[in-house]
Design a protein around this ligand. Sequence first.
Ligand SMILES: [Zn+2]
Length: 385
Amino acid sequence: MALTVKLNNSIIIYDEISRTYCECQIGELLFSFFDIDFKEYKELYDKIKDINSVRSDVLKELEHLYPKTTMFLQNFLPKALKGMETEAVTDGDIAVQYLLHNKDKDFSFLDNYDLITLTDLGLKIEINQSYFSPISYDQWDDLDFYSLQLYFKDLLNFCFIENDSKISFLTPKERYYIYSIANPSERYQYRNKEVYWFMPSPLSKELEDTFEDIHYDYKTFRMGSSILTHLNNDLCKRIHESIKGLVKATECDKTVDFLTFDFSSLLSMNMPVKICENCGKYFVASGKYNTNCCDRIPPGQKHSCKKIMAQKRRKEKLNTDPIAKEYEKAYKRMYARVKNSNMTQEEFLKWNEEATIQRNIVSKKYAEAKTEDILIDFKKFLGNK
Ligand SMILES: [Zn+2]
């Protein structure tokens, strides 16, 4: 029910139902999926795994375990089931409702996470008081988000993170080649349908209105002549000026389709996927600097992981490097002079330039032979006590 398009370093997701689209960085679909905690969901999922043989005692247990959900379902189901033959609704169908509409646990990702709500399943999960649509057995696998998460983490680790010397020189693509042969499961192979697609433009709406009363004639297949009679010169000119080339879009009906699309984008673009040294989450290392930390701001912190780690490194360096520590001391003193107007900005810059050169020379010397004399001389040079 959605189309995904790769454009430069981002992915565009087009919702075919609401006709809206959103954009995210390549990798974000997977990383956001990894952020969801599916543990409690998985426990309940396993309890009712075989929906075809859920017995009434299992249902009794669910009623007891999830009282708020039971209350909700007692209100919701009679309305939703109205007009349906009640014999057609099995204990399994009811049990699944505890998973899809649980009011005792926080499974809110089912209602507000794009990679679920935009799928065919998402439409079924959406509360519809006048329509009851049981989850079919072949859709049951698609609800196993926990296993999906494990699978993609393992895949990403093997292709991008693992540094075992046996495979450390292989590219992510070469690693994926190995992985895909070892895992013949059809379920996760690239099988998304590709279509040619134009990015939505204001003209699309105008054209739709123009063609409102055209009906495709399945007998003659002569649509072209009907189109011609509806078009005018001005509209064609504007199409000529504004419509750019086709893009290749991928149809996504299931959560796994989105994740596969994102993974294949990371792979085909050779993106440097890493695990952040500070927060432990996956990220794409962007920019020219070789960084091991992400730009996320951890909960309760003011700065990004990158900045937190840089500060930590600097502190560590100061603690282990007495030359850097002395320089830092003098720097702070001089900077205070500028602030108190006892030194001009130019004088400060000149001092800093000389001090930095001297610090680099002394650091090198000190690394070769750690003698107290070198340190004392440097302190004297800086005027430190
Ligand atoms: Zn981080």
